[in-house]
Ligand binder design. Structure first.
Ligand code: NAD
Length: 437
């Protein structure tokens, strides 16, 4: 009996380990499939199949109680053939070098697809922000920035907010980075990060750019089917930056948010949940939606199976997989999060004819906004919110049309179409330049 239990625990651990590794496996499987499909030059395939740099830093920070704690931070730089590395920083207990690799690779495809002069990177620190005071988070961020040194920079690698990081985090990084420069060159470095507060060189509208892009892609998709958002029902996983803004724009256009899930609770209300009221509830509660009285709390395991028109995963990766993809009732999935669907989960969804607007297109409004912020800082300009939103809408609509065209031309799904455009653009750059020396 004891042997049986030990074997069972061992099997369960193996399953857990397998699940933990799948985000990277997922990105590599996707890459392999696209590379074969487009017959990617075999030498370029080697280059893009591996990350350029993987920076791991262990650094000490003094906690509020005087104790010193060691933190581990990551920055993985996948590729910079098209320009400086670009990508978010995530503060989460599960972030590790494997996750950062996968996320960095997705960033390379995303910036390429968006037609931006950037490469791809991602990073973060293994921590749960809820375990730290604001003062500790500030010291952790500053010390991490210092440890990264010249691995980041406005023409080298430009971080941005991601899960559990925000404009305040970017302001600390900016200030720390600038403080290491001579006084006369400090102001030349404000584009070392994007997603900064507007008062510190940030872009009007960068806060809503990702959520707006998710909404816009859904709207364009429905329009191509002769439909509109009016009266449609949707569910959102994740009520942070992306989830909040996406639901704001969806509801503004007449759709109804019938369920929302975050790390703390799952809420349901058939008549619709008001995102503005939910945001007011969650803001003073460290972002938690638990305890909101405008909806009923339901069993989290029922979330993905809820009947709705549109599902927006806007939390973490690998949320939709082999075990739950079969139960999804939505007619359309719009990936606000990076890598929310595993490869085997996607196969089930595609077999069931549920279209997926892939992350590298669907949530690219954020990096497009970041590009405008970088450009604005570089040129010393200041743009209005209206101007910014128009620019994002124009650029994202053009990209959406390119992917839509590739879906039709090649008869492939949306992810494959987005990937093939992205990877071909990088292949072309390498083919034109050759390999040094
Ligand atoms: P955020 O930290 O603002 O919000 C994350 C949300 O996910 C929170 O509501 C949190 O409670 C929820 N969450 C965490 N774990 C969960 C779980 N196990 N189950 C359900 N919900 C859970 O982060 P964000 O900036 O909104 O990013 C969300 C996703 O969008 C990430 O995958 C990120 O990489 C991606 N993304 C963000 C941006 C951006 O501009 N912020 C751009 C592109 C892609």
């Amino acid at each position: 009996m004891q042997n049986y239990i030990a074997k069972f625990i061992n099997n369960m651990n193996q399953i857990k380990e397998k699940k933990a590794a799948t985000m990277y496996e997922n990105v590599m499987q996707q890459y392999e499939q696209v590379a074969n499909f487009i017959e990617l030059n075999h030498n370029i395939k080697k280059i893009l199949g591996i990350t350029n740099n993987e920076i791991v830093v262990n650094f000490p920070v003094k906690m509020d109680n005087g104790e010193v704690k060691i933190f581990t931070g990551y920055r993985v730089q996948h590729n910079n053939a098209l320009g400086p590395y670009k990508g978010g920083l995530r503060y989460h207990p599960t972030i590790d070098v494997n996750d950062a690799r996968a996320l960095a690779m997705w960033m390379t495809w995303k910036t390429s697809l968006a037609g931006l002069p950037f490469g791809g990177a991602k990073g973060g620190i293994q921590l749960d922000p809820r375990d730290h005071s604001l003062a500790e988070l500030e010291r952790i961020t500053r010390r991490f920035t210092y440890a990264l040194g010249e691995n980041i920079g406005p023409d080298q690698d430009i971080p941005a907010p991601d899960v559990n990081t925000n404009p305040q985090t970017m302001a600390w990084i900016l200030d720390t980075y600038m403080s290491t420069k001579s006084p006369s060159s400090r102001s030349l470095n404000s584009h070392v990060v994007t997603g900064k507060p507007v008062g510190s060189g940030g872009l009007e509208g960068r806060d809503r750019a990702t959520g707006f892009g998710v909404f816009l892609c859904i709207k364009l998709y429905l329009a191509s089917q002769g439909e509109s958002l009016s009266g449609k029902t949707f569910i959102v996983q994740g009520f942070g930056n992306v989830g909040q803004w996406a639901s704001h724009f969806m509801v503004e256009e007449g759709a109804r948010m019938i369920a929302v899930q975050d790390a703390h609770a799952t809420l349901y209300h058939a008549k619709g949940i008001d995102p503005a009221a939910l945001q007011l509830h969650s803001a003073p509660r460290k972002g938690s939606i638990a305890g909101f009285t405008g909806a009923e709390e339901i069993d989290p395991s029922t979330f993905f199976g809820l009947a709705c028109d549109i599902l927006i995963p806007a939390a973490l990766g690998n949320q939709i997989h082999l075990d739950n993809a079969g139960s999804i009732e939505a007619r359309l999935i719009a990936e606000g999060a990076n890598g929310p669907i595993t490869k085997d989960g996607e196969e089930i969804l595609l077999e069931r004819n549920i279209p997926i607007i892939p992350d590298i297109l669907c949530n690219s409004g954020g990096v497009i906004g970041s590009y405008f912020e970088w450009l604005q800082n570089r040129h010393g300009e200041i743009w209005s919110l209206e101007e910014v939103m128009q620019k994002i809408e124009k650029k994202l609509t053009e990209n959406y049309r390119k992917v839509e065209g590739a879906v039709q031309e090649h008869g492939v799904d949306w992810r494959m179409a987005a990937y093939l455009i992205a990877i071909k653009r990088i292949e072309l750059a390498y083919t034109q330049r050759g390999i040094f020396p």
